[in-house]
Ligand binder design. Structure first.
Ligand SMILES: Cc1cc2nc3c(=O)[nH]c(=O)nc-3n(C[C@H](O)[C@H](O)[C@H](O)COP(=O)(O)O)c2cc1C
Length: 212
């Protein structure tokens, strides 16, 4: 069955990134009425930060883990399985203090796991999630950050981490100028919606209708 994983991280109910990820989900479901949408909403901030017990459990060989260690890794296992099962992954990411929300950083820490989503070999790090999996990243920002901006710790970080765990097919949908309000903010959202619509066209690399 086709599966879409949506990870939202905005704490705001009137969130632009949530509006755009919802738009993508509706578009996807219209094309795949039998598809399954899994939503991981990080806004409650309930994901734990990494602890020493977690680190020790991940570095203990799987067949040597105690039941307590297996329990410690249950949530990380479940989040990684959601990534493995998804045909399309959609991340909704507001910029917070030039970077990603802390809740999303906590999610990234839990899914970046040696032996599960990356490994180190003779040629260096290797991502273990399939590079062909499509990822759409919806980023929203108050201001404007050109490519290579030294103040943008959002898009470069997300690209790096997704690549690190093997995900190479990444499309960024950006809605900036949200702090300006008015026409400037709305036009940026409209452009994002146009870009999403363009992704629905057959043969587009990040085609929303992928894995038909
Ligand atoms: C706590 C917080 C920190 C923010 N930090 C930045 C920032 O560093 N740079 C920026 O351009 N916008 C910043 N913004 C503006 C948001 O990125 C912008 O409002 C965006 O639309 C939020 O996405 P959302 O509507 O999905 O919540 C910040 C907003 C909040 C609430």
């Amino acid at each position: 069955m086709n599966t879409l994983l949506v990870v939202n991280s905005s704490p705001r109910s009137n969130s632009v990134s949530r509006r755009l990820t919802r738009h993508i989900s509706e578009d996807w479901l219209a094309k795949k009425p039998d598809g399954r949408i899994v939503e991981r909403d990080l806004a409650s901030g309930s994901l734990p930060f990494l602890t020493e017990a977690w680190i020790v459990a991940t570095t203990t060989p799987a067949d040597k883990r105690t039941s307590e260690q297996r329990k410690t890794l249950t949530l990380s296992d479940a989040l990684i399985e959601e990534l493995q099962m998804a045909d399309l992954i959609v991340l909704g990411v507001p910029m917070h203090n030039f970077a990603v929300p802390a809740s999303l950083k906590a999610w990234i820490d839990l899914v970046t796991r040696a032996g599960k989503t990356f490994s180190y070999g003779e040629t260096g790090p290797k991502g273990l999630l399939p590079s062909t999996k499509n990822v759409l990243v919806v980023v929203t920002r108050g201001g404007v950050y050109g490519a290579g901006s030294p103040a943008d710790f959002q898009i470069p970080y997300l690209r790096h981490m997704l690549n690190f765990i093997g995900l190479k097919d990444i499309t960024i949908i950006e809605a900036d100028k949200q702090s300006l309000g008015g026409d400037a903010a709305q036009q940026s959202v409209d452009r994002a919606i146009e870009k999403i619509a363009a992704l629905s066209v057959e043969n587009c690399p990040a085609n929303l209708a992928v894995s038909a």
